[in-house]
Each structure stands twice: as C-alpha cells, then as structure tokens.
Design a protein around this ligand. Structure first.
Ligand code: PLP
Length: 255
C-alpha cells in the first residue's frame, strides 16, 4: 500500500480547494490521501458563504479509525475552523510523534472569505507550530500569526515559537512579474525560488502545494526536495487552471 497522508481539511464544494485539492495533489505526488473532515463549507469560486465545523469528537473518531489500518507517514492540515479542532489535532499529533506534519495555517480563503475566527485561530495555532515538520504560510498568514509586518522578523518569530522549517509563499507580495518563495530550515534560508507571476487568481493553490509537499515527505523525500518538486508541479497545474463559467477564481487542473 502506498504511503499515506492523513489530511485534516474542510470540504469546498467548488472542488478547487480543501480536501479535494488535498486528495488530488497527494495522488499526483505518488502517495495515498486519507481525510478527516474538519468542516463543510458553503462557497464557490467567488466567495465563502458559510461553514459548519465538525465536532472535536467526530474529527478525532475519523482520524483514529484510519490510523489502525493505513500506513500513515504524514499529517497535513488546512482549514481547521475552530479552536476545538486545533486542540484535537494537537492531541492527535502528540500521540503520533513519528508522523511528519505539514501545517498550512489557513485563516481565510483566497477569495477573501473567513474560514474561522481569525483572532482565536491565530492564538490556537501556536500549539501546532512546534509540532510541524514544515509550516507553509503565505505572507498574509505569516503576518497574522506573528503580529509583525516585517517578513524577516515575522519568520524569525515563528522559529522563536518553535517552528522547524517554514516555506514563506510570496504570492500576495506586490512583485509584478514574479513570485518568490523562500524556504527556511532551523531559522536559515536554504532555498529561494522565483517563478513568473501568472495572470488571475487561483482557488486552492496553497492547499495543493502543501499537500504535494506532504505526499513527498510521506514517501521519504527531504524537506528541500519535497518543496522543490511541489513548486514545479504546482506551476504546471496553475498554468493549466480552468476559468469558471462566471467570473471567479481559476480552478487548478491537477490531473
Ligand atoms: N480549505 C478550505 C476548505 C477552503 O475552502 C480554502 C479556500 O477556499 C482553503 C482551505 C484555502 O485555500 P487556498 O489554497 O486557496 O489558500
């Protein structure tokens, strides 16, 4: 059986982000995806209307059911929705210290809609930071998590909070023609990658990248290799993204 990533993520009915993005990206990385669903959202490619979070008990029951019979090597989290779910995941990870863990600190959808109460999520995420093999914030999330505007200081603060590796995604920075991502391990820059900025907005790009990284970590890659493979895979997927019928964010074509 293929190495498995257990995702803690929410359902996005558009299929662009959330657990569908995770399943597709992890499948493309060569691993198998299992999912403990954290929330059901109501959204399309343009906006988030609402969501209902899974209870802590139901979330843990899903996760504990599959640890018994799947070769889980890595956990990946995206939308967690509530502090209860963050606590549940933190308890789960402490019971499984041998799993790699990719923390994508989702606070809002790319369309701008809130996927939980930002202030409480930011505080609760602090418990997950030291448990993560790698954290994959965009610069909005990085600033929100640390309360610091300067990106170097904000990244340093994540390491002070116990981070082991951080991939800072530069897609929301005002660079016109390119996007720069920076990978830090143990507080030091180990790689910087730059790719041309593609036109338009994409739904689920962050989920896809973090999940592909998780899939490669599950198969034994180093952090640097996993990130490099995920970045080049994602660029192709976004280049081929499909535009919805009505003006909305593009949906990545992960197959
Ligand atoms: N998880 C869920 C369930 C979502 O609906 C979204 C965005 O809509 C995300 C995660 C984050 O998506 P992105 O990869 O665009 O940051």
């Amino acid at each position: 059986m293929r190495s498995t990533v257990l995702c803690f993520s929410g359902l996005d009915p558009s299929g662009g982000a959330g657990l569908q993005a995770d399943i597709e990206a992890i499948g493309q990385s060569g691993a198998h995806a299992a999912v403990a669903c954290t929330a059901i959202t109501v959204q399309n490619s343009q906006q988030v209307f609402s969501f209902e979070a899974t209870s802590k008990t139901l979330l843990l029951a899903q996760a504990n059911a599959v640890v018994k019979d799947l070769p889980i090597r890595c956990v990946k989290s995206g939308m967690l929705g509530t502090t209860d779910n963050i606590t549940a995941l933190s308890e789960f990870l402490q019971q499984h210290p041998d799993y790699a863990y990719v923390l994508d600190p989702v606070l809002v959808a790319n369309s701008g809609g809130a996927l939980g109460d930002q202030a409480t999520l930011v505080t609760a995420f602090r418990a997950l930071i030291p448990l993560a093999t790698i954290i994959t914030p965009n610069t909005i999330e990085l600033r929100a998590l640390t309360g610091l505007d300067d990106l170097n200081q904000a990244t340093a603060k994540l390491f002070d909070l116990g981070a082991k590796a951080v991939l800072v995604k530069g897609g929301h920075e005002p660079t016109q023609d390119y996007i720069k991502n920076t990978l830090y391990v143990a507080g030091k820059v180990v790689s910087e990658t730059q790719c041309p900025r593609l036109d338009g907005e994409y739904h689920g790009s962050g989920c896809s990248l973090a999940s592909f990284i998780a899939g490669r970590l599950a198969q034994g890659d180093s952090i640097e290799n996993a990130v490099q493979l995920a970045e080049s895979w994602l660029f192709g997927v976004l280049k081929n993204a499909e535009s919805p019928v009505v003006n909305g964010q593009k949906i990545p074509k992960r197959f």
